[in-house]
Structure formats: C-alpha cells, structure tokens
Write a protein that binds this ligand. Structure first.
Ligand code: GDP
Ligand code: IMO
Ligand code: MG
Length: 427
C-alpha cells in the first residue's frame, strides 16, 4: 500500500496536473480532496491539451478510479461540462469517477457573493483577486453550517425547502452587499435537480471507498490543488484560498488518515508565479518578468489572467516543503529558464535591516522584506529534448543542485516541456 501526494509548493500552477498524469500509471486511485473549480490543471498527451478544473488528472489513464473527495467544493455545471467535453474527446467517464456525497455544492449565490466581495481591498490596498468561482463563500457556508448544501442533500425530499430558505436569506445579503444578482428559488431548484440527476451515477460515499481501498492495499495518488503558499491556515493570509492547499490538507479533505500517506512530492517551477493580489517578494516587474511570462505562457488556466512572474524563492519553498512533509521535488519549466543569461534565487530575506531565513507569518512583514539574491550563470542551451538529468548542460545541473541544497530536499523529477515525454526522472 502507498499513498503518495502531489503538492504545489508555491502559489499554484506549478504544473501539478502534468505530474499527476505522469505518475498515475503506478496507482489505482487518483484523489482530488480540496479546492474546486478555481483549479486549472493542464495535461498534455500526444500534443492534445486537456484543461481540468474538477476532474482528477488521472482521467487520461485508463483503468484508474478518479475520486472527488469531501473536502472539495463542487460546481455541478462546471463538472458536467468537463465530463461532456472529455466525452467528446473520447475520454469516457463511466465507472471510473466517484464524487463524494459529503462535499459542499457551489450555488449561484456563492459566485455572486465572491464577485462583490472580491472588489474590496483586504490589506495593503489590494483585493484578494479570487477566481470568482464562489470558493470562499461556499467554504464559509460550510463552516457556518446553517446555509450549506452538500451534494447528498440534492437527493433528499427537503432539497426544495432548503433552496427556498437559503435563497430568501442570500437575496437579502446580496442586496445589502450591492449586488444586482436576482435569485429565483424555483429556477435554481429545477436547474440543480437536473444537475443532480446527471451526476447521480457518480455520487458515492467516497470516504468508505478510500478507507476500504487503503486497507486492501490499493495505491492512492492525492492531487493537490492550488499551492502551499495559498493555504488558508499556513499561507500568505488573507491572500490565500479557502482550503488547506498545503500537504496538511490531504487527510482532512479525503478522509484518509495521515498514517497511510507514505510519500509527498513537492512541485515547483524553476521560478515563481502568482495570480491575484498579495505580497510576492521575488516578483519581477521588469522586462525579465515579461520574458518569463512569454516564454512560459504564464496566463491563468482558469481565468486567463496574466500570472505575475519572479525568481525562485528558497525561503518560501523551504517553508512549504517542511510544512507539507515533502520527500522530493519535481522542478518544472527548466526550459523556460534556459533562455536567460543569468538566473537568480532568493536565499534569504532582509526585514528591517535583519537577515531572516524563516518565512514571516504576517503578510505586512512579507511586504517589507527585500530578497537576498544568489546569482547563477545561465546555460542558454535548449533542454527540451533532454532525456536524462545527466544530459542537461552543466549550468542547469548546477542550478538544480543548488536549489535542492538550499531547499533541503532531493530532486526526483525535472520537467523540460509540457509533454509527458519531456520529463526526466532522477535515477
Ligand atoms: P497546475 O495548476 O499546477 O496543474 O498547473 P497549470 O496547468 O495551471 O500550469 C502549468 C502550465 O505549464 C501548463 O500549461 C502546462 O502544460 C505547462 N507545463 C508543464 N510543465 C512544463 C514544462 O516543463 N515546461 C513548459 N514550458 N511548460 C510546462
Ligand atoms: P491550481 O490548482 C493559482 C488564487 C487566486 C487568488 C486566490 C484566491 O490551478 O494551481 P479563490 O478563487 O481560490 O478564492 O482565489 O488563490 N488561486 C490560484 N492561483 N492556481 C490555482 O489553482 C489557484 N486557485 C486559486 O488567483 O489569488
Ligand atoms: Mg493551474
């Protein structure tokens, strides 16, 4: 038995989808356990690009069960559209997808609330810059309990009453917030009853399924969404998402106790990106940042927003790796760095004249830090066709060795392009 987790160690979009797809062949079950349609995981198979928001990235490998666990917040129309779009490309989801009846459902009022709340600054004059997918409001209702609806509730006789009661409340809240959203309970009930019927074949008690699976010795692969620095408890609050997106979230979100988790792979880009607001110490607002954005096609998978780009931040990644219990690193996008004449890494911060190597807990301290740089020479050689880590240019290997040394974790995987074949495994 083995439970392996794939966790992003930065601010999301580290290319977790690619790694999950690649590793899936060695697993029986792939599990999404937190986040929702805010995630956008890209998998490229034989030149075909698949963008997945809800469906686990194991879906492109036959013979694997894909589970959406209780910690996810599900947007039914997005999930159904994804299922249809995959089917139109001959990826059939029939007996290879299970969705937890315990998970919470995102409704139109959550999205309307997200849109109005997102306009307000939350610190340093910045707003969070959410994906507007209703994630925060849905998780808030889950913890508040009184206005929450779980997937299993859609099949119960009092579903209509629940919708009517909650719409009555939410309509008043939205009006107070200045939203012009008009909620019609009967229409929402009809629409979501329709979604529920279509989702019915997939809805199950995934918690017991996964507990049976681990006890039967099946191999589970956990697919993290977002990244550790966006974790609600441990990230750059309040510029975070509303779930535990670091390694600590796996057990809570899936229902599989931590004792079954044997291995954690931390995914990082060779540089850093961030979408939305919040401090970003190594951000490059100059032409090098734009160059990285262009070379890496750094535009959001879910929202299309340009991603903020910057150098690799050892302080942040070391913190994220320790927090997530990472065993080894997957370093992605090495091909993007290969075009640059020199490459910098941030090895420590200067905070009010003092050198620190611990990640600050308060976002306002993080805003004031100045990166302490180590500059490494670039290698300026095309690495996209490399097959082994040993074949990489000496400069690239030096860079990888230094990152590994500074973060304190070995490198298990290096990625030199989006394709499955553009992946190098450490021997
Ligand atoms: P995720 O959310 O962590 O799964 O990452 P995204 O899919 O949002 O963003 C990663 C992007 O990088 C996708 O477009 C991938 O196809 C692409 N990608 C993955 N690995 C590499 C790589 O090594 N080099 C390049 N150039 N692109 C990559
Ligand atoms: P994947 O799984 C990158 C960011 C948003 C915003 C903050 C809160 O593809 O790596 P939310 O809508 O979750 O309330 O937004 O989190 N964010 C992501 N950034 N990748 C993601 O997912 C993200 N999911 C949310 O941009 O800053
Ligand atoms: Mg993404």
């Amino acid at each position: 038995m083995s439970g392996t987790c794939v966790i992003g160690l930065q601010w999301g979009d580290e290319a977790k989808g690619k790694i999950v797809d690649l590793l899936t062949r060695d697993f029986d079950v792939v599990v999404r356990y937190q986040g929702g349609a805010n995630a956008g995981h890209t998998v490229v198979v034989a030149g075909q690009v698949y963008k997945l928001h809800h469906i686990p990235s194991g879906v492109l490998s036959p013979g694997v069960m894909n589970v959406i666990g209780p910690g996810v917040v599900l947007n039914p129309p997005v999930a159904l559209q994804e299922i249809d779009s995959l089917a139109s490309r001959d990826i059939k989801l029939t007996d290879n997808l299970m969705i937890s009846d315990r998970l919470h459902v995102v409704f139109p009022w959550h999205i309307a609330e997200d849109k109005v709340m997102n306009a307000s600054p939350v610190g340093g004059g910045e707003s969070i810059g959410t994906t507007n997918r209703g994630i925060g409001p849905c998780y808030r209702d889950k913890y508040g309990r009184s206005h929450a609806i779980r997937l299993g509730d859609l099949y119960r006789p009092d579903f209509r009453d629940k919708v009517e009661r909650i719409v009555d409340f939410k309509q008043r809240v939205l009006a107070q917030l200045g939203s012009s959203e008009l909620l019609v309970a009967s229409e929402i009930f009809d629409e979501y009853s329709g979604h529920a019927e279509r989702l019915r074949p997939f809805v199950a008690d995934t918690t017991n399924y996964l507990l049976d699976a681990v006890e039967a010795g099946k191999r589970l692969l956990f697919e993290g969404a977002q990244g550790a620095m966006l974790d609600i408890d441990h990230g750059t609050f309040p510029f975070v998402t509303s779930s535990n997106s670091s390694g600590v979230g796996v057990a809570a979100g899936s229902g599989v106790p931590a004792r079954w988790i044997k291995k954690v792979i931390g995914v990082v880009k060779g540089y850093t990106t961030r979408v939305g607001g919040g401090p970003f110490p190594t951000e490059l607002t100059d032409e090098i940042g734009q160059r990285i954005r262009d070379l890496g096609h750094e535009y959001g998978t879910t929202t299309g927003r340009p991603r903020r780009c910057g150098w690799f931040d050892v302080v942040a990644v070391r913190y994220a790796a320790r927090l997530s219990g990472v065993d080894s690193l997957a370093v992605m996008m090495l091909d993007v760095l290969s075009q640059l004449s020199e490459v910098k890494v941030c090895v420590a911060y200067d905070l009010d004249g003092q050198r620190i190597d611990r990640f600050p807990s308060h976002t306002e301290d993080l805003r004031r830090v100045q990166p302490v740089w180590e500059v490494l020479p670039g290698w300026q050689q095309d690495v996209r066709g490399a097959h082994r880590i040993e074949d990489l240019p000496a400069g690239a290997r030096r860079y990888l060795d230094r990152v590994s040394e500074l973060v304190g974790r070995p490198i298990g995987i290096v990625s030199v392009g989006p394709g499955r074949e553009q992946t190098l495994f450490a021997s």
